[in-house]
Design a binder for this molecule. Structure first.
Ligand code: ACO
Length: 339
């Protein structure tokens, strides 16, 4: 059975507080922390100077290096990479092949570039599980990595989404069953395209007559920045995430009382709190959103990596990962923790 054998993460050292944001736009620490739980985030971008000091794939190399070092595995032993991001270094071919080069992997291993926004890591985990369970690959890296700061609007017009999103990377290494690994018992994913227009980035896009127009680069067109129907997304996430946890438990013969902990996508502390209330006070629900904000595809693997390093999960624990994001898409994974 496919199992998570190593975890790692990297966040940029540059801390951007809510007070920093309020220097550039009309917002406040009070507004952001009360509504979202976010107090600070990590951005590659330094303030409003648009400075990008590191690529998406370079962040991933740091996270992968940490994960592989924890198990004394060399990059050359990896035989597939799955790379989830909404913020690739280049739109085509994406950042996964760049990571393979940075890791100096000589062999022509497959690299799968995944989108799926906040659910991207979970889609990658499902693919990794299928590859390993089918015996096609033995060591599969699943990466969730984002540099969103360079694509956010620092003017007040953008405050509805800019205060939420952030940069970082998390990875897991999936292998066939070993006693020391965490068994991925099940991954269950869903989507509903009827709500695709409620959260996303509209432009540039290939369905336009010209993918770039003067208004898009002069700052006059808000469509290059993330847009969101915040209230609708809030309500859908608050409903779908607990439902996804209960469904995957049920289809594997468990109930909520069997769970030791839930590691959810870090979208909003109020959504995380609602999930905790739904599942009951005895179940731990991991949160690091106060320090990192919403890192989209990187959020769950960063949280998982921090949870492992903080001794938050223990041998024999039943753990549930759960996500909700643009698409809309949602789902859960059930994991039996090893050592
Ligand atoms: N600072 C100050 N004021 C702001 C800010 C800001 N950063 N953003 C919006 N406002 C203002 C609005 O302009 C509005 O002002 P008005 O009443 O004068 O028109 C007022 O605050 C209320 O705005 P709403 O958007 O209605 O605020 P709401 O209470 O819905 O909170 C929030 C917004 C926090 C985004 C909320 O909708 C939410 O948590 N949604 C969940 C979605 C989420 O977390 N998405 C993350 C990405 S998706 C994902 O990962 C699943």
């Amino acid at each position: 059975m496919a199992s998570i054998y190593a975890v790692g993460h990297f966040v940029p050292p540059n801390v951007v507080s809510n007070d920093d944001l309020s220097k550039w736009m009309d917002t406040s620490d009070e507004w952001i922390s009360q509504r979202t739980g976010i107090r600070e985030r990590r951005w590659i971008r330094r303030g409003n100077e648009s400075f990008v000091g590191m690529s998406n794939a370079e962040m991933a190399r740091s996270a992968v290096t940490q994960a592989l070092a924890s198990r004394d595995i060399k990059p050359g032993e990896i035989d597939a990479i799955i790379y989830a991001t909404v913020s690739p270094d280049t739109d085509s071919p994406g950042s996964g092949v760049g990571l393979k080069e940075l890791l100096d992997i000589d062999s022509a291993i497959p690299v799968i570039e995944v989108r799926n926004q906040c659910s991207g890591f979970m889609y990658g985990l499902l693919i990794a599980k299928a590859l390993v369970d089918d015996g096609l690959n033995r060591r599969v890296l699943v990466v969730g990595s984002e540099i969103q700061s360079s694509g956010l609007d620092l003017l007040t017009e953008g405050r509805g989404t800019t205060v939420l999103f952030a940069d970082g990377c998390g990875v897991v290494l999936v292998v066939p069953d070993t006693d020391a690994a965490a068994k991925v018992l099940d991954v269950s994913l869903c989507s509903d395209g009827r709500f695709a227009d409620r959260l996303g980035v509209k432009r540039p896009g290939f369905c336009s007559e010209a993918i770039l127009e003067p208004a898009l680069v002069s700052g006059g067109n808000q469509e290059i920045y993330p847009h969101m129907d915040g209230r609708m997304i809030f309500h859908m996430a608050s409903e779908k995430m607990p439902h996804a946890v209960r469904s995957i438990l049920e289809r594997n013969g468990y109930s909520a009382s069997d769970l030791a902990a839930v590691i959810p996508h870090q979208a909003n502390q109020r959504i995380i709190d609602m999930l905790g209330r739904d599942l009951g006070p005895e179940i731990k629900v991991f949160s690091n959103i106060a320090r990192y904000g919403n890192t989209t595809a990187a959020s769950i693997p960063i949280a998982l990596s921090e949870a492992v390093r903080a001794d938050y999960v223990h041998r024999g624990d039943l753990i549930c990962l759960v996500t909700f994001g643009s698409g809309v898409s949602w789902g859960a994974a059930l994991i039996k923790w090893g050592s």
